[in-house]
Structure formats: C-alpha cells, structure tokens
Design a protein around this ligand. Structure first.
Ligand code: FNR
Length: 182
C-alpha cells in the first residue's frame, strides 16, 4: 500500500513560493509514497480551554489526518526570523490534548524558504526545536535552505532551476530512506 506523507506549508499566500515548492515535491514524490498537501489556514487559534470545553469542529479531522500520516514535510518561509504563526498554530493544535499528540514519532523533513540570502535559517531552526519536543525524528542532512526563491520559478509556477530541482530530488530520496526506518 502507498504510504502518505503530509506536506504543511507555512504560508497562506496564493502565490506563495513555499506552496510552489510543495507542488514540485508532490509532482516528484518517490515511489511507494503519496504526498498530500494538508491545509492549516482553517484552524482557529488554539486555546487551551478547548481541551476541557470542546474544540472547534475543524480540529478533529486535522488531528485524525496527521495521525494517519507516515511522515510530515514542513515547507516554511521565515516571518520576523521565526516560524509563521499559522504553522506554529497548526503544531500546537496537533499537539493537544496533552498525552494524545498527533505528531508523536512521525518522521519529519524541514525546508525553509526565503526571498533573501539568509534562507530562513531562523524559521528552520526554531521549527526544529519544536519538533524535538514533539518527538518527531527529523532528517538532519541534507539540511534544506532555499534562498532567493523568487528567482527559481517561472510565470506558471514551475521550478526552473536545474540545480535546485536536482537538489530537492536528492533530498526526497534521503527523506524516503530516513522515513522508512520509523
Ligand atoms: C517576511 N519575510 C521575511 N523573509 C526572511 O527571509 N526573513 C524574515 O524574517 C522575514 N520576515 C517577514 C515577515 C513578514 C510578516 C512577512 C509577510 C514577510 C519575507 C518573506 O521571505 C517573503 O514574503 C516570502 O515570499 C514569504 O514566503 P511565501 O509566502 O512566498 O511562501
């Protein structure tokens, strides 16, 4: 059976370069795996009271979907040198109620994107820190920092850099081998 890897994108923007990167990965999913984009923009802001009083309707299908995955790929821009709130909120929603985190043990891949040279280093590493606490074994190498991403896509949203295309395919091969261990 095909295993499903979820892709979470840390940007809701229609023309998001991170989303375009997700589309490239989906089109290049390794054999034996289906890559599925998991929406996070519909998740209300997490409030710990929900754990006692009942959660917004959209939380359960999100948590169930995450629990069903064989692994998770995060593709995120950097907002103010850290993880965009929409992605952090999704991590928080999936992590609760206490003791039934949907993320527990899922192998993860972190990709940061940026329109600058610094390539989202801050977001990449802050995200990795949360994944430590969430007990998600995370691919260490290759690290994936995509700088100056605005130069890598054509007008139709296709990746038009041979170098980045090859790199991302190599990353997926490494992640496939890594994820198979869990
Ligand atoms: C940014 N951007 C940005 N870029 C960066 O490299 N480091 C940063 O700290 C920030 N901070 C930041 C804050 C906010 C609120 C916004 C809206 C943007 C720029 C960012 O790289 C750029 O908008 C990307 O295009 C966002 O990624 P998507 O939406 O194209 O995936």
């Amino acid at each position: 059976a095909e295993k499903t890897i979820g892709i979470l994108v840390g940007s809701l923007r229609k023309e998001s370069f991170s989303k375009k990167t997700a589309n490239f990965l989906i089109a290049n999913a390794p054999s034996g795996y289906t890559f599925e984009l998991i929406e996070i923009g519909q998740l209300s802001m997490y409030n710990q009271d929900f754990d006692e009083e009942g959660s917004p309707a959209e939380y359960k299908p999100f948590r169930d979907k995450i629990k069903s995955l064989a692994g998770v790929i995060f593709i995120t821009p950097e907002y103010n040198r850290s993880v965009p709130a929409v992605l952090k909120n999704a991590l928080d929603v999936g992590s609760r109620p206490y003791g039934s985190s949907s993320w527990d043990g899922k192998p993860a891949l972190v990709i940061s994107t940026s329109i600058s040279n610094i390539s989202g280093f801050g977001a990449n590493h802050h995200l990795r820190q949360s994944l430590v606490f969430l007990n998600m074994p995370t691919l260490q190498q290759p690290e994936v920092y995509i700088a100056n991403i605005q130069n890598l896509f054509d007008d139709e949203g296709h990746l038009n850099s041979e170098e980045t295309s090859k790199f991302l395919k190599d990353v997926l091969a490494a992640f496939k081998a890594f994820a198979a261990k869990f």
